[in-house]
Each structure stands twice: as structure tokens, then as C-alpha cells.
Design a protein around this ligand. Structure first.
Ligand code: FAD
Length: 355
């Protein structure tokens, strides 16, 4: 679709700035004026093919509620058309007050450039102090584009957020995960991507109301997408599991089927430390930690995992951690609720048999 078909008045083709089509003029938001939070509401298809709000958006909105206690405005941006209507109530129930729906059927299919241009223009209109994205594959692609259009900084892959007045303190692992750095942004708006599973999913507030604003797609870069296909990745998503049987270098390869059977009996799934991914025993999708996934299970059973800082970066939201290790002083004991001292392979077998 070329620029001729873009009907928006805000299309930069009409703009005399001399910028290439689709480029926004650089716009600096100021700390004196900016306020509130804007969250990209990522959607995915549910089992019945209907769009669903992604879990990490609920986590981000819950964290905003916790940090700000309802003092500032919260905007959401969602892309699609009337099929999104059934989601509004749910989005409001997690704290969005004003929802910008970029209303274009073509945008039901993710398009990074067009999404970024629309988000940047909505930011110019709303002037939020903070913009949050999930550090999902799409969020990681979209956030830097929005930051570049706004000439703002970006703190990627955060595992902690705190608010100091309107200043956002963003924590993320740095220097190979050996330190947890807390970062202040010197540009406005403050933009961050946050790992899914970092914060707990809050309770929705049933009777919350909000306003929807239909935003006309302002992007000139939108191309015709003739078809799209969702590729299923093998295995379950560890970031959503309620019970995780997590295996580390203290576990033998023959214990893996025992762990899988135990996980099935407990209604959970198996995850692992990076060492087992490096050995080729598991794919990267199963890895917990800084360079893997953040998880938030009700119970995290760590079999033969030492608790390196890079691993612990992924389990901060686990409700209960039980470590099974031959070394009572392994670093994981500092964060574990309980430690069982013994051979992980034997205990796995006994637990599996008992259940
Ligand atoms: C940039 C960077 C990013 C990284 N990202 C990640 C990441 O995302 N996730 C991650 O996990 N790691 C990550 N790592 C690697 C991390 O530093 C550790 O090397 C790794 O987590 C160690 O895995 P482990 O605990 O399984 O193995 P080890 O550290 O070798 O620990 C094995 C543990 O098993 C215990 N044990 C031994 N035998 C038994 C037995 N029979 N029964 C019970 N316990 C036993 C030992 O006492 C020990 O505590 C990263 C490293 C870097 C540099």
C-alpha cells in the first residue's frame, strides 16, 4: 500500500520538514510536562482463534498500579479492528483508563514499522512520562523503533521497576549478569522493555471503566500482507507454568524422563539451567534466567542447580522455591524457602514413584 492510500492528515507526506515519508519529526518530551504511563497492549490468538491480551501486559499494568497507586493516567495502545472490542473490559479492569485502538484491519497482523509510527504519534499526543513494552520478541523489535522515532533512550530487558516521583528506576542484569544495574533515563519519555514473568499477575478490578479512542492509522509504511501463519513452537511455555521442575548440572541425563513424568503428575512442566542447554539436553525455550526466560510459578523445584546470579535473575517472581542439592550451602539456598540436602536423581525418582 503506498502513500496515496494513506488518508491520515498526520501523514508526513504532507509535512514540509523534508523528512522521508513515514519519518516523524524528532520530538522531545519534557520532564515538567510529561506524566503517566503508556503500555503497548500486545495481543495473541487464544485456542479458539480469538484475540487475547498477553499475560505480560497484565503484569506491567499491575506493577504500574503498585508503583503509582492510581495517581497518574494510564494509556494503552492496541492494534486491530472490531474483533478487539470484547477485550476492552478486560484491559480496563487491569488499569488502562484510555485505550487507543489503532483501527485498521491490516494492523491485526503485526507490522513493526507501522506499529512504531502510530505509537510514536500517540506518545506525542498523550505525553506520557513512561512507555512500557513486554520484552517479547515483538516488544524487543518495536520498542527500539519507537525510541528512535522519539529520539529517546531505551532500557531493554528490565527485571525490576521502581518509581521515584516521575522518574523511573529500571533494573536489569549488566556485565554478563554479574551485577544488577539500576538505570535512570536522561531522556523523556522513559522507555523500557520488561521481561515477561517479572511481576505477578494482579487481580482485575471488575467494574473499572475506560474510554476508547479510535486512532486512524497514520503510517505510510504499511505494506499489503497477503497471508500470515502462526508457527507453533514445540513444548509448553515455561513462563506460564504454575509448577516447574527445574534441572541443573547436578542431574543426570537419565533423570530427564523421570522429571518429565513428575512434572506431568504435578500439572507442571520441566525447565532447566543454561548448563543443560549448553549440553544440548534441552532447547533454549526451557532455559530459566537472564539469557533465558523469567518464570513466575507457584512452586519452583530446583534439582541440582547452584543458583548462579544469572539463573536467579529469572526466578525472582517464583512464589515458593525448593532446592534439592548435595551442597547445603549452594548459592540457591540464599533464596530458597526450603532446601533438601541429597542426591537430586534419587529424590526425583522417589518423588515420581510416591505420586
Ligand atoms: C552472560 C551470561 C548469561 C547467563 N545466563 C544464564 C541463564 O539465563 N540461566 C542460567 O541458568 N545460567 C546462565 N548463565 C550461566 C550461569 O553463570 C551458571 O553457569 C549456570 O546457571 C550454572 O548452572 P547449574 O546451576 O546447572 O550448574 P552448576 O553451577 O555446575 O551447579 C550444579 C549444582 O548441582 C549440585 N549437584 C551436583 N551433583 C548433585 C546431585 N547429585 N544432586 C543434587 N545436587 C547436585 C552442585 O552442588 C551445584 O550446586 C549465564 C552466564 C553468563 C556469563
Amino acid at each position: 500500500m503506498g502513500c496515496d492510500s494513506c488518508s491520515s492528515g498526520s501523514c508526513s507526506n504532507n509535512d514540509k520538514s523534508g523528512l522521508p515519508p513515514g519519518m516523524l519529526q524528532k520530538y522531545k518530551l519534557s520532564i515538567d510536562r510529561s506524566d503517566g504511563f503508556l503500555v503497548w497492549i500486545e495481543t495473541e490468538r487464544g485456542p479458539d482463534g480469538e484475540p487475547m491480551m498477553c499475560q505480560h501486559c497484565k503484569e506491567l499494568l499491575g506493577k504500574i498500579r503498585e508503583m503509582d497507586a492510581g495517581n497518574s493516567r494510564v494509556w494503552g495502545v492496541v492494534f486491530g479492528h472490531q474483533e478487539l472490542k470484547p477485550l476492552y473490559k478486560e484491559i480496563y479492569s487491569y488499569g488502562v483508563e484510555t485505550l487507543y485502538e489503532v483501527h485498521d484491519k491490516a494492523l491485526s497482523i503485526y507490522h513493526p514499522e507501522a506499529y512504531a509510527e502510530n505509537i510514536a504519534q500517540i506518545v506525542i499526543r498523550t505525553e506520557p512520562a513512561v512507555i512500557l513494552f513486554g520484552a517479547t520478541p515483538r516488544g524487543r523489535e518495536l520498542a527500539p523503533r519507537v525510541a528512535a522515532l522519539l529520539d529517546a533512550g531505551l532500557t531493554a530487558d528490565c527485571t525490576g521497576l521502581e518509581l521515584n516521583d516521575r522518574e523511573l528506576l529500571m533494573t536489569r542484569p549488566a556485565f554478563g549478569g554479574n551485577v544488577m544495574a539500576t538505570i535512570r533515563c536522561t531522556t523523556f519519555p522513559q522507555i523500557a522493555t520488561v521481561r515477561p514473568g517479572t511481576f505477578p499477575v494482579p487481580e482485575p478490578v471488575g467494574d473499572k471503566r475506560g474510554t476508547v479512542i479510535y486512532w486512524q492509522n497514520a503510517s505510510c509504511t504499511l505494506k499489503d500482507i497477503l497471508s500470515s501463519e502462526i508457527k507453533e513452537t514445540a513444548g509448553e511455555d515455561i513462563s506460564r507454568a504454575k509448577v516447574l521442575i527445574s534441572l541443573g548440572a547436578g542431574v543426570k541425563k537419565e533423570s530427564i524422563p523421570v522429571a518429565e513424568s513428575l512434572a506431568r503428575k504435578l500439572g507442571g512442566t520441566v525447565s532447566c539451567s543454561r548448563k543443560l542447554v549448553e549440553k544440548g539436553w534441552f532447547g533454549q525455550a526451557r532455559q530459566v534466567g537472564q539469557s533465558g526466560k523469567s518464570v513466575a510459578p507457584e512452586i519452583y523445584l530446583a534439582f541440582g542447580i547452584s543458583g548462579a546470579i544469572q539463573h536467579l535473575a529469572g526466578i525472582g517472581s517464583a512464589k515458593k522455591i525448593i532446592a534439592i542439592n548435595t551442597d547445603a550451602d549452594a548459592k540457591i539456598s540464599e533464596v530458597a524457602d526450603e532446601i533438601i540436602v541429597g542426591d537430586a536423581n534419587r529424590i526425583l525418582k522417589e518423588l515420581e514413584r510416591m505420586l
